[in-house]
Design a protein around this ligand. Structure first.
Ligand SMILES: [Zn+2]
Length: 489
């Protein structure tokens, strides 16, 4: 159902853009003087001069330490418009950096706060690149009239990685959760059998039991994950470095709202109840983000993700209710999300749709519901990347060719001699060993092969995200500080 809705919406977007192109541009020109604030001139492209240490390849995948170096270089090179500080730390004591960007000479008191957050899901690293590019573009272009105008009226807070532990882990294995210590196999040692590349191809394979003459497929019986069996219990990779917690289901708003009364009428939370943590805001990363949002005057925020290509707005946990005063800002956010998605599509040439998050798929305790529900902040999820090729813009994919999945067979003799493991000691999760004529098929998916690479044309993606974010910023009132009609934090 979700897929059909998405297709219909994307089709509408495409038709609107194709059929209404001349109409839209005509009305945009007509309305320009009335609607566009005077300070908005044309947006500059990439900066002409790039300071030493800030030559960043936007088609490259950087480690978290490298991102930290880039943020520090921006703060050092542009001290009059930036402050760099940590808003908290992770389980593994990595800092959650915020680069605050504004013209410090004009102060902060009468400005509009804007939040740009990314990578709450560790493996979604294109989102971090998009936030980093936005910060880089704003700082390096700070001499430009358009950007100057922005920095005189807004304070922009960029937190490019909310989940740095998950981000780093994703260089080994694409990992959505954070790294709260967990003991998945119950042997008393957290993370006691982490996924490890044992055949030296650089990637982590999923293992299936089978015979050499089988046609390999994910329909074969799953045996485990690539690992040297660190904990020596015979089950390969049964305690990986992953908490299992989806931090974007753990905010302190409508946490895990799912019970017998909602099971038939809606599916809120049921796709995530087991990964929503032990209670609201249990994770240090989310506590830090909530505290920061609570303490920082902010009119609008966005959280960047990957996996689809769209702009979503609240609610995540229910549909819009025109009679509910709590829903008062939702028509405005719907309108802004539409502009943002159209801008993303115009910049990148790839399809983007917009929708209420609930209508895309129901969840609860997401960041945008927390920001809007608790704090009245206009809140948007921007999904920047959906890998793969379809040939149709309405499918809203990035249209990049991903590596072909690979299958390699290891006989029991190969397992012994090439991998150094005793095949007789190995079992699947249920404790069932290999039959005499069985071996292991190593499956390395496209995703597994992309762990250390950025997708094609990421440099275009990050510009699309920047333009969607600028569209969000321009939609917010400015010049009166926090005094905004019908809208108060
Ligand atoms: Zn995500």
């Amino acid at each position: 159902m979700k897929r059909n809705l998405k297709r219909v919406l994307c089709l509408c977007l495409t038709l609107a853009m194709a059929c209404g192109a001349s109409l839209m541009s005509a009305s945009a020109v007509e309305g320009a003087e009335a609607e566009v604030p005077a300070f908005i001139a044309s947006r500059p492209d990439d900066p002409a001069v790039i300071p030493e240490g800030l030559e960043i390849d936007w088609n490259h995948r950087y480690t978290y330490a490298e991102l930290e170096g880039q943020l520090k270089a921006m703060a050092k090179k542009f001290p009059g418009i930036t402050e760099l500080y940590s808003i908290g730390t992770t389980w593994q004591e990595r800092d959650l950096w915020c680069l605050e960007i504004t013209n410090e000479r004009t102060g902060k008191d009468n400005k509009t706060g804007i939040g740009v957050f990314a990578n709450i899901h560790g493996g979604e690293r294109e989102s971090a690149s998009s936030a980093m590019y936005t910060a880089w573009w704003l700082t390096l272009n700070s001499g430009d009239d358009y950007v100057k105008g922005l920095l005189d009226k807004y304070v922009i807070y960029v937190i490019p990685v909310i989940n740095p532990d998950g981000y780093e882990q994703s260089f080994i294995n694409n990992n959505r959760p954070n790294l709260r210590p967990r003991d998945l196999n119950g042997d008393g040692v957290p993370f006691s059998d982490p996924y490890t590349d044992i055949n030296g191809d650089g990637y982590i394979a999923t293992l299936y039991r089978g015979k050499a003459d089988d046609t390999p497929s994910t329909k074969l019986a799953r045996f485990g994950m690539e690992s040297p069996d660190w904990d020596k219990n015979g089950k390969l990779g049964d305690d990986p470095r992953s908490s299992g917690i989806d931090m974007n289901r753990t905010f302190n708003y409508q946490w895990n709202r799912f019970d017998i009364e909602t099971v038939d009428t809606q599916v809120v939370g049921n796709n995530s109840w087991s990964s929503a943590g032990a209670g609201p805001a249990t994770e240090p990363e989310i506590q830090a983000v909530q505290d920061f949002l609570y303490a920082t005057p902010m009119h609008a925020m966005t959280t960047l993700h990957t996996g689809i290509q769209c702009v979503l707005y609240p609610w995540c946990y229910r549909t819009y209710d025109a009679d509910n005063p709590k829903d008062g800002e939702i028509p405005f956010m719907a309108e802004t999300a539409e502009k943002m998605a159209k801008q993303f599509q115009a910049t990148t040439g790839r399809g983007f749709y917009w929708k209420s998050s609930y209508e895309d798929y129901p969840t609860s305790a997401e960041m945008i519901d927390y920001a809007y529900g608790r704090l009245n902040i206009h809140a948007y999820t921007i999904e920047v990347y959906n890998g793969g090729t379809s040939g149709n813009i309405e499918d809203c994919k990035w249209e990049n060719k991903l590596p072909e999945p690979t299958w390699v067979f290891y006989s029991q003799e190969d397992i012994r001699t090439k991998l150094g493991l005793d095949p007789a000691a190995l079992t699947d999760a249920d404790g069932s060993p290999l039959a005499e004529d069985e071996g292991l098929w190593f499956y390395t998916s496209s995703v597994a092969q992309m762990v250390d690479k950025a997708p094609d044309d990421q440099a275009t993606m990050v510009k699309g995200a920047r333009d969607a974010i600028l569209t969000m910023i321009e939609s917010e009132p400015h010049g009166q500080g926090a005094v905004v009609p019908r809208y108060k934090k």
